[in-house]
Write a protein that binds this ligand. Structure first.
Ligand SMILES: [Zn+2]
Ligand SMILES: [Zn+2]
Length: 233
């Protein structure tokens, strides 16, 4: 896997086997800089988008065109507005298959209820989910396998997508570099979040790159040994 942004020191950690097969674009987007992750496999002409902040489609189009990839899948790490605001537009243009966890069904299908938690009043368009995810499910895409792990505590339906071959975990808002997700929003719970992080993320190989919903990438090792909110022991 190669990283599109050159300022990321984690690139050399990517699995050698996958170099140049899956290209990752990190696209912070929307009103609160939510990270969208576009994974393209040019050899296969396929792409997967993880999360859909507002306006993401316009940023994705030139990347798809440059790599000759068609967007096949949209995976939502969770249902908060900043991760799904652009989802309906993505689906309208691409026809991508949308996957998310059923615990966030209400947020995704009736997003207007989130408007009281937004600094800006935005129109939120619901998106219809084609396939509800189950923990332990394996998703085949881009010639790789992604395991679905349930990491609630930030919200009930936060999942992560983990590829052992790519040594990459896309964790939504569960864990950040030197931080963790808010647990004070509806459905949030700190003890549950800490347990999710310890049992589902810190148990991954230490060299795994963690791609969070906001901010910089990190590694399992870095957070398990130094995260100020949830320690690895
Ligand atoms: Zn969130
Ligand atoms: Zn977020």
């Amino acid at each position: 896997m190669s990283l599109a942004r050159e300022d990321l020191s984690v690139a050399p950690r990517a699995a050698a086997r996958a170099v140049n097969r899956v290209k990752l674009h990190i696209i912070p987007s929307g009103p609160i800089e939510t990270n969208a992750y576009l994974l393209c496999a040019p050899e296969r002409g396929e792409a997967v988008l993880i999360d859909a902040p507002g306006g993401i489609w316009d940023q994705v189009v030139p990347l798809l065109e440059a790599s000759g990839c068609r967007l096949r899948e949209l995976w939502l790490t969770h249902g908060h507005w900043d991760h799904m605001q652009g989802a309906a537009e993505v689906v309208r243009h691409s026809g991508a298959t949308v996957r998310a966890h059923p615990a966030d069904r209400e947020l995704i299908t009736h997003p207007a209820q989130m408007s009281r938690f937004m600094r800006l009043q935005l129109e939120l368009e619901p998106v219809s989910v084609d396939s509800w995810l189950a923990p332990g499910q394996a998703l085949a895409a881009l010639g790789e396998t992604f395991a679905v792990r349930h990491v609630p505590g930030h919200c009930p339906g936060n999942v992560m997508f983990y590829s052992a071959a790519l040594r990459a975990a896309f964790v939504g808002d569960a864990l950040f570099r030197d931080g963790v997700g808010r647990w004070d929003l509806p459905g949030g719970n700190f003890d549950e979040l800490a347990a999710s992080i310890r049992t589902q993320i810190y148990t991954l190989p230490p060299a795994t790159t963690v791609f969070p919903g906001h901010g910089e990438t990190t590694t399992v090792e870095r957070e398990a040994t130094g995260n100020p909110y949830v320690s690895g022991t």
